[in-house]
Write a new protein. Structure first.
Lengths: 446, 294
């Protein structure tokens, strides 16, 4: 059988899924956590606690007030030390709640029993409210508040929920491990999303490099009505929403439109688990699975990490000595992730993995002139002309960038990856896209 | 005579005559009345089209000047590269007085040299400040400091700003700088300010834009303004040119008398000047400064 994939563009970088065999370990509680108030797309949450307040696991410490925002909850029990600006992954300081950990007391409303609750008692509206209360955001990396996806505007209706278990980024294995270890809960989560959106079809898209997960999920899904598992050919960036919809349903999301416009809602597999916990167990999003890996490291692993714990705690747990040969630390996968300033930054809702690159792999090659080979055009999954966008953005010709479709770029980096002249295509396209977005915002204001 | 030549001459002649009539009618009917002074004023301007005046090119300013002249007030319009000389000429031509403005110059408000703000990270992306600024806080970790990639140098049409290879900071060539403000717009961190050159070219400014609390700012850069307020106290009572806001001092050039007392008071050396401050040892430091108790 020919496996499905998206038809246009894409690359296949070395997979390097080193930590695929490492079971998820629960990381010990640290002595102090720093929980950022802006861990999601949209407006940062407004702090609800003050210095000296006692909090428990699951206490809401930040409230998302605007439409696109999410609540933030304490991931530990203890005392609030301060509300201050704390370094985030980019090295800029952003507001965060700093908590000194004492014991591990949970909010009483949270059901901590390991029992699987299959029966979905709440109705669609109540489910979305629960998801919102729990501060669930897309755990694939973009951190879009999940409840917003299920608040359909007037006149729009979905027919399919897609569970994104593609994990097309090299190195990362957190979704893979989640499926192997928490399959039942994920399936209930998928059913909840089905009910929330009023659809009767869920497709779980998994790339073929995770045969054990495909086999397990397909076997378990057989007993559930409406859920199908679709194996996909390994191709980056299949985990991008638009590419996944194209691969699974052969529907194309038009430029500037959302998946809902073609009747789809896409959620990450980790989000499905978070939804299960939020709705069935009343547990807010206070922890997530993070892959800690690197080719030159002696050990790598997958961890269930409380939000706000410094990244270095994982290195300590693996008893790794991060030495000179690590040249770059990336939060997220190597294709779309961002280099971070150090290991002391806290884990946020969007930290899907921490990838350490050795000197050779991290180095950018010498930039040479464009030889017009057209590989970037072939590789672009959005059908853009990266070489042209790069040139236009470099010259600050943003109107032309807009006309050439810079706003449609999904920033997957396939163009930069494939360029034989090692041109920083994506760097400049992002520059162009940011300015196009700024121009559009200005135009809207007028 | 060859009939071909005759026909050609006659036909082309008729076409030419017809075209001449059409052109004449169109030129009369659709004539745009443009003030001839606009062209004259454009001629007087330097023609660099730098945009420092805030208008799109020299002609844009000329149009604005002529329009302002009709309203009887040239206030607020000036050509930074042309300076007082050019503006005086234009004022004379338009028959209106021009406010004389003192000379100004671009000033870089960052003292984070490689030595004082050592790099803790290595950036290997494209050499553009705007891109680096959107990605991270900077190699030194100061989120307000100079990124050193030279967007200001590229923006300058007058070859007046250059990167200093040793310090990693841009330097303004006062001779060439026309204070058009292109570098001010180009800097994503708003580090460059157009300030009056000052009397006898004496000027003082805070070479820092870091608004973080003192301790945090110091961790990234030893020359950071820590908002201690010592300069505010050192500034002569009658002058009070320095204000402190968000952990950052600012010297108002309109009030500053360039006595240099704040430079001596600053514990981190964040205040820079075009002159060496005189240490107030035996004799009174500056004649115009009122003697204070401390």
């Amino acid at each position: 059988m020919r496996m499905k994939t998206f038809p246009q563009g894409g690359v296949h970088p070395p997979e390097n899924k080193i930590s695929a065999e490492a079971p998820i370990q629960v990381l010990d509680r640290p002595s102090r956590v720093q929980i950022h108030l802006g861990q999601h797309l949209g407006a940062p949450a407004v702090p609800l606690v003050q210095k000296g307040d006692r909090v428990r696991v699951g206490t809401r410490i930040g409230e998302g007030k605007s439409f696109i925002s999410a609540h933030v909850h304490s991931s530990v029990s203890g005392t609030v030390v301060k509300i201050d600006d704390v370094l985030d992954a980019s090295g800029y300081r952003r507001p965060a709640v700093v908590i000194d950990v004492e014991g591990d007391e949970w909010e009483e409303s949270i059901d901590r029993s390991p029992e699987l609750v299959r029966e979905i008692k709440l109705d669609a509206h109540a489910i979305v409210e629960r998801i919102k209360d729990a501060g669930v955001v897309g755990l694939g990396g973009a951190c879009f508040p999940t409840h917003v996806k299920y608040m359909f505007p007037e006149g729009k209706q979905a027919d399919t929920v897609i569970i994104n278990a593609v994990e097309c980024e090299p190195y990362l294995t957190s979704d893979h491990r989640l499926m192997l270890e928490r399959a039942d809960e994920i399936l209930v989560g998928a059913q909840i999303l089905m009910k929330a959106s009023g659809v009767n079809r869920v497709i779980i898209g998994i790339e073929a490099n995770k045969p054990d997960a495909i086999e397990l999920m397909a076997r378990k899904a057989r007993s559930v009505n409406g859920i199908e598992v679709a194996p996909l050919k390994v191709q980056y960036p299949q985990g991008a929403e638009k590419q996944l919809i194209k691969a699974l349903l052969n529907r194309e999301v038009p430029s500037g439109k959302l998946p809902l416009d073609v009747g789809c809602v896409v959620n990450n597999v980790g989000t499905a688990l978070a939804v299960y916990e939020a709705v069935q167990k009343n547990k807010p999003l206070v922890e997530r699975v993070v892959t800690f890996t690197g080719r030159h490291l002696e050990r790598s692993g997958n961890f269930m990490v409380r939000l706000g714990v410094p990244v270095s705690a994982m290195a300590a747990r693996l008893e790794l000595n991060i030495s000179e040969d690590t040249a770059k630390v990336i939060s997220g996968g190597p294709m779309m992730g961002k280099a971070i300033a150090g290991l002391e930054i806290p884990v946020t809702k969007g930290t899907s993995g921490i990838v350490l690159l050795e000197a050779g792999a991290a180095q950018r090659l010498t930039v040479q002139n464009c030889i017009r080979c057209g590989r970037c055009v072939t590789a672009c999954p959005m059908g853009l002309e990266p070489w042209r966008l790069e040139k236009l953005a470099q010259l600050d010709r943003f109107e032309e960038c807009e006309a050439a479709g810079a706003a449609d770029c999904i920033e997957c980096g396939s163009c930069s990856y494939t360029c034989p002249s090692a041109r920083p295509l994506l760097d400049y396209i992002r520059h162009g896209k940011a300015n196009v977005m700024r121009m559009r915002a200005e135009r809207r204001q007028k | 005579m060859n009939p071909v030549i005759v026909y050609s001459v006659v036909v082309l002649g008729l076409v030419a005559a017809g075209a001449a009539v059409i052109l004449f009618v169109v030129a009369k009917k659709f004539k745009v009345d443009e003030d001839p002074r606009i062209d004259e004023v454009t001629e007087m301007l330097p023609g660099a089209n730098c945009g420092g005046c805030g208008y799109p090119g020299c002609r844009g300013l000329a149009e604005a000047l002529v329009q302002a002249a009709d309203n009887g007030d040239l206030g607020g319009l000036t050509c930074p590269p042309g300076g007082n000389e050019v503006m005086a000429g234009i004022g004379e031509y338009l028959g209106l007085a021009v406010e004389e403005s003192g000379p100004t110059v671009a000033v870089v408000r960052c003292g984070g040299t490689r030595e004082k703000a050592p790099a803790k990270l290595e950036y290997d992306g494209p050499a553009r400040c705007s891109i680096a600024h959107s990605l991270f806080a900077g190699e030194s970790g100061c989120p307000y400091g100079c990124l050193g990639l030279g967007d200001c140098v590229v923006a300058c049409d007058f070859d007046a700003i250059h990167m200093n290879g040793d310090s990693g900071l841009p330097e303004v060539d006062e001779e060439k700088c026309v204070s058009c403000g292109a570098c001010v717009t180009a800097c994503p961190r708003n580090l460059i300010e157009i300030r009056p050159s000052g009397r006898k070219n004496r000027r003082v400014w805070v070479a820092c834009q870091n608004r973080e609390p003192g301790g945090v700012a110091r961790r990234a850069c030893s020359a950071a303004c820590i908002g201690c307020g010592k300069c505010v106290k050192a500034c002569p009572e009658k002058i009070q040119a320095i204000t402190l806001e968000n952990n950052l001092a600012y010297i108002d050039p309109a009030k500053c008398i360039a006595c240099g007392k704040c430079i001596l008071a600053c514990p981190t050396g964040a205040i820079q000047a075009t002159f060496e401050p005189v240490k107030p040892k035996p004799k009174p430091a500056a004649a115009e400064a009122a003697p204070s108790g401390s």
